[in-house]
Design a protein around this ligand. Structure first.
Ligand SMILES: [Zn+2]
Length: 442
């Protein structure tokens, strides 16, 4: 066999191997002799593959003439540098010589096309796809950019071009809505964004850039009255002032306070009193200072539901002279420090207990009959719950809770933290929806 033939065979094999490696299926693309080199591109040492794209076009894309009898001629090659998925953490490029063609009929010139990269684009389709896949993960856009050696803007462009926003359907709203807010991006008009999810599935329904009442009213009025009538429960934060628009927009909806927020209100009130008690202890008194440290260290024991206190297991508690004591003994000691604190503790525990057993009558009887001498601050915080009597009763009567939404909000916090640098709300929203799997890949 002549040597040239062997060489050609070898070269074909190498070409096939590289195509496999780079996942190129286009039969018109092949690699020439010495296809891999190391070059410095944008200041980074990179792998550069050199390939050729050529074929015989069937017709002219400009005038539509069928390519018969050499009516389309090969012109020259056009060199382009296409960025690929990094290989072994090293930026990798394809220097592609694309065949140029010239149509004799209309004199138009055009380049050979491949499915591997879009026309006038310098980023390969597999790289774009890899970025699109990573956008679903909990990684910041900046990190994605760094991972693939592309700019933030490129990642944003992939986010825009690969994902279609879920289509607006005015005929559907979940029957049980959970609403909440979170801090938005700089371009938001209102300070806070608004999030709506389905109470039953915990799935995000939509994210709005503005939580002001008139904006929310306008948003929900885009849904048909029939859809809005089907909404039976709206669960929200205690401090939220959404009741006015809710009544206008959802004629049949009951408002519930998120149970998590009621518990939070109780524990915050009691915790405040604990700190107040601590600060009243004399600084000059060594014994009082010991109690100060104990109240400071064992705050969890005080806030715990009483039934979760351990009465039997002996443990060494550092501030108890390394004696072996039970958690209940620690609690007993903490409650002897101050009689006011003890009184509030009893009330706090009763409220927790009645709330947990969904005994709303017992819960509000306890609030209505608070002892006169109870700590003022604590009392005020507890009495605040009376303002939301109906909504709290609803929360206890029906089993919808913002628990899932809190989870979603934490997720958004995570997304926002990792996705630091969102300049526009639109991208923030799209990213969250992509991450939640609510956007179709185009
Ligand atoms: Zn033509």
């Amino acid at each position: 066999m002549p040597i040239t033939k062997i060489n050609r065979k070898k070269q074909e094999k190498t070409s096939e191997l590289i195509k496999k490696l780079l996942n190129i299926k286009d039969p018109n693309l092949y690699f020439v002799e010495d296809p891999l080199s190391k070059e410095t591109i944008s200041g980074k040492l990179s792998n550069v593959f050199t390939g050729v794209l050529t074929y015989t076009p069937s017709c002219c894309p400009a005038c539509g003439s069928v390519n018969e009898g050499h009516c389309i001629i090969r012109h020259a090659y056009y060199e382009s540098l296409i960025q690929l998925i990094p290989y072994q953490e090293v930026p990798t490029y394809l220097r592609l010589f694309k065949q140029r063609f010239r149509c004799k009929q209309c004199t138009a010139t055009f380049s050979a096309q491949t499915t591997y990269v879009q026309e006038n684009c310098y980023i390969s389709n597999p790289l774009k796809f890899a970025i699109a896949i990573d956008l679903k993960r909990k990684i910041s856009m900046k990190d994605i950019g760094e991972r693939y050696f592309v700019s933030f803007k490129t990642v944003e462009r992939v986010l825009d071009s690969f994902h279609r926003e879920p289509r607006f359907n005015p005929h559907y709203l979940p029957a049980h809505l959970l609403i909440d807010e979170f801090k938005g991006t700089k371009d938001c008009e209102g300070a806070m964004c608004f999030i709506v999810s389905d109470a039953d599935t915990g799935q995000i329904f939509d994210i709005l850039s503005d939580r002001r009442n008139f904006k929310l009213r306008a948003y929900f009025q885009r849904f048909t009255l029939k859809a809005r009538k089907k909404v039976t429960h709206i669960v929200m934060d205690m401090n939220a002032s959404y009741s006015s628009f809710v009544k206008d927009v959802f004629p049949y909806a009951k408002i519930s306070i998120d149970r998590f927020h009621v518990i939070q209100q109780l524990s915050r009130a009691f915790n405040k009193q604990r700190i107040q008690t601590m600060n009243q202890l004399k600084k000059s008194d060594a014994l009082a200072q010991k109690d100060y440290r104990k109240l400071k260290k064992y705050w969890r024991t005080l806030l715990k539901k009483h039934k979760n206190i351990n009465y039997s297991a002996l443990k060494q508690f550092p501030l108890f002279q390394k004696r072996y004591v039970t958690e209940s003994e620690v609690l007993d000691h903490l409650l002897t420090v101050d009689s006011d604190l003890r009184e509030s503790y009893e009330i706090y525990q009763e409220l927790l207990e009645t709330f947990e057993t969904k005994d709303y009558e017992g819960f509000f009887t306890c609030i209505d009959q608070l002892p006169a001498q109870l700590n003022k601050g604590f009392k005020k915080a507890i009495l605040y719950l009376r303002k939301h009597r109906k909504a709290i009763c609803n929360a206890l009567m029906y089993s919808y809770s913002n628990g899932k939404l809190e989870g979603k909000n934490n997720l958004i916090k995570v997304i926002k933290r990792i996705a630091f640098g969102f300049r526009t709300f639109r991208h923030l929203r799209l990213r969250i929806l992509v991450q939640q799997g609510l956007c179709e890949l185009i």
